[in-house]
Design a protein around this ligand. Sequence first.
Ligand code: ADP
Length: 369
Amino acid sequence: MAQLLFKDVNKVYPNGYHAVHDFNMEIKDGEFICLVGDSGCGKSTTLRMIAGLEDITSGEFYIDGKLANQMSSRDRGIAMVFQSYALYPHLTVYENLAFGLTLEGIDMDIIDEKVQATAKILGLTDYLERFPRALSGGQCQRVAVGRALIRKVNIFLMDEPLSNLDAKQRVTMRSEIKQIHRSVGATTIYVTHDQTEAMTMSDRIVVMKSGGYVQQIGTPYELYFYPKNLFVAGFIGEPPMNFIRGTVEGGKLKASGLELDLAPVVKDVKSIEGKKVVFAFRPEAIKLTKDKNSYQITSTVELTELLGDTTNVYATVGEGEEKVNVILKVNPHHTPEMGAQFNFVVPHKAAYIYDAETEEIVENDIKRH
Ligand code: ADP
C-alpha cells in the first residue's frame, strides 16, 4: 500500500496548454479516490503524472514520503487499467493474465498460483481457457483488471475502466471493483466523468473543472450535502440541483416572484445585502407541508415523469423573463397534474445560498441533517 502527497503540482504541456493547476492533496494508504469532472478537465493528465507517464512541470509528488517526480514508472509500484482493455485476442484468459509475469521470467508454478488466485477473486476460474472473443464486455474488463491485479502493486490506477460497458454491466463491475479494492487494499485512483460512479465507489472524490482546477475534495457525503461552490453543487447529484438567481434586498431574496427571508440560511445577511445570489436546493429535498423552518414556493407543472419509486416534476417558478425551470422529486402517489399550480416547500436546512459573482457558498451554520 502507499501514501501519496501532491504539493502544488502543475502540468503544462509542451504546446503551452496548462492542463493541471496547483493540485494539492494527501492520499492515505489504501484509500479509494475518484477524480471526477467533465471531459478535458485534467483527470487523465493527473493520473498519468502519478504513473510517471507524464512529467510534472512544477510542484512535488511523493510516494510514501519519497520525492517521486523523477522516479521511473517501474519503481513506482503501480498498475494501470485503461478504458480500452486491449486484451491479446489470440491468447486465452489464462495466458492474458499470465502474460506480464511470463515476460518477467517468473517460475511457471508461481505464475499458475497467481493466475488461479487472481481468477478466483474476479470470478474468472471457469473462463481461463476461453479466448477474449468468447467473453462479454464485463468479463473482458475483469480480465483487464486481473492483469493489473496479478502483479502485487501498491497503487492501482484506473482510467474510465467501465466506459465501454453497458449500463447494467457498469453497475455490476462497480461493486466488483469495490470488493476487489476491499480485499486487495491497494491505494486506488480512479478517473471517471460519471458522478454516480464516483459517489458510489469512493472514499473521497476530487471534483475538477475544465482548465485543470480542483473545485473540492471530500467524501461523497460532504460533496452532496456541503458543496462549497456552484460548480460542485451543479455537478454532484442527479437530477442536478435547482438554481434560482436573484438579488438580496432588505435581507430578502427577490427572484422570480419570490421574496424569501434569508436570515435563517446565512450567517450574516447584511454581508450580502444588494448582492446577486443563487438560491439552490436539490430536487429530492423538497417537502409538501410547510412549517416555520421552511420556504414555500409556488410553481407551475410543465411535465411529470413517473419513474416508479418517485416522480420527476418539471415545473417553472415565476413569470415572463424571470421564469426559471426547476425539477422536483415527489412521491408518485402525490404526482401533480400537468399545468396545475404546485406548492412545494424547501426546508431551511436544504437551502443553499451562493454568491453569484464568486460562485462560492455564502457562510452559514446550517447542519444539513
Ligand atoms: P480528462 O482526462 O479530464 O478528459 P485530460 O487530462 O486528458 O482530460 O486532458 C486535459 C487537457 O489537456 C485537455 O484540454 C487536453 O486536450 C489537453 N491535453 C492532453 N494531452 C495533451 C498533450 N499531449 N498536449 C497538449 N495538450 C494535451
